[in-house]
Design a protein around this ligand. Structure first.
Ligand code: FAD
Length: 313
């Protein structure tokens, strides 16, 4: 086993969780784990990536201070060219989608995005991913080193510490076709539903736009973050940043309280790995009950009123 290369991703000087989730996946796959840090000052992130199970950190200094796909592609290409890895892993993020498919194409490597399970089968790496709106899960075998982008939250974030060897990697300079222009924070007041421990998620069952305020207030009272199913975004009632599901965000809170959500496959794809799922739906046949740990077949407004009362005192 030659080992697994994990490509680290960072934003505004901070390592992002998908990179540490990829370390967990790499450890599960077995063999030495090398983390590649690319940036203007890659050494600065060595402590952050020195988590349990990391054997080596490769530092690739590039002139780009922020993420730039050409610089990152050149760096990962140099790492893969210098060493035989069994697999290249990274989080399935907007950044990685901007250059890692190009690496696979350039080096004629196998590629899959949105992988949520990994194993070895002899010399092959087998990745599981969903197709047809999550109706089908397929194992895809790669006899030679693949490039795999891992679904956020599908693996736990690696923790602990290690004392990996630290090496530098020379990256050939090349012309950048895309350059970083600026960084804008998400609009004030918007939240990141992927990091919330407790999501109160509402769907079409709430009936009309005016009812959203009730649930927003309830979420605040309970210390929950409000998320929604797609119809509420399509209707323009809530921003896309709050949408859970296949075309929204993948979430893994400790508690997911779904009210008035039927449980379409596209919704389940984004939340079925939550710690505890509680579903409130007036239809006993609703598909959400198939993944729920607790369920109540009851009117959601009655539940909302009762929760209001419980949290009032
Ligand atoms: P509905 O399916 O209409 O369900 C409403 C539920 O509320 C029903 O089960 C009903 O019994 C219940 N209800 C009604 N009134 C009450 C009441 N008073 N008390 C209790 N229960 C009540 N959807 C997503 O959510 N996220 C995605 O990312 C996503 N991506 C998609 C991508 C594609 C390519 C496609 C084709 C679809 C996608 N969808 C997505 C849409 C998805 O197929 C469903 O249409 C959607 O999830 C349904 O949302 P819902 O459960 O809120 O509404």
């Amino acid at each position: 086993m030659s080992g697994v290369l994990v490509v680290a991703e960072h934003l505004q000087g901070k390592l992002r969780d998908p990179s540490l989730e990829a370390v967990t996946a790499a450890r599960e796959l077995g063999g030495p784990v090398t983390v590649l840090v690319i940036g203007a000052d890659p050494q600065a992130l060595v402590p952050a990536v020195s988590v349990e199970g990391v054997d080596e950190v490769l530092c690739a200094a590039v002139t780009a201070e922020h993420f730039e796909p050409d610089a990152y592609l050149a760096a990962v290409d140099a790492a893969v060219g210098a060493r035989d890895f069994d697999a290249v892993l990274a989080g399935f993020t907007v950044n990685s989608m901007g250059y890692l498919p190009a690496l696979a194409a350039k080096r004629t490597l196998g590629f899959s995005s949105d992988v949520f399970s990994l194993r070895r089968d002899g010399d092959a790496v087998v990745a599981t991913r969903a197709y047809y709106g999550s109706k089908v899960h397929a194992d895809v075998g790669f006899p030679a080193a693949p490039v795999l982008l891992l679904r956020p939250t599908a693996w736990p974030v690696a923790g602990g510490t290690s004392t990996p060897t630290v090496a530098t990697l020379d990256v050939p300079a090349g012309a950048a076709r895309v350059t970083h222009v600026g960084f804008e924070e998400a609009p004030q007041g918007d939240v990141d539903i992927t990091t919330a421990d407790f999501l109160l998620s509402i769907g079409r069952g709430i009936g009309e736009k005016d009812n959203i305020e009730t649930f927003q207030k309830l979420a605040e009272k309970m210390g929950a973050t409000l998320s929604v199913s797609r119809p509420l975004v399509d209707a323009g009632w809530m921003p896309a940043s709050r949408q859970v599901g296949q075309s929204g965000k993948t979430v893994k809170p400790k508690v997911y309280l779904a009210m008035g959500i039927s449980g379409a496959v596209q919704h389940l794809a984004g939340m079925k790995t939550a710690g505890t799922i509680i579903a409130v739906n007036s239809d006993p046949e609703a598909a959400i009950f198939r993944v729920a740990h607790y369920g109540a077949v009851v009117d959601l407004f009655a539940v909302a009123e009762e929760l209001e009362r419980q949290w009032a005192g």
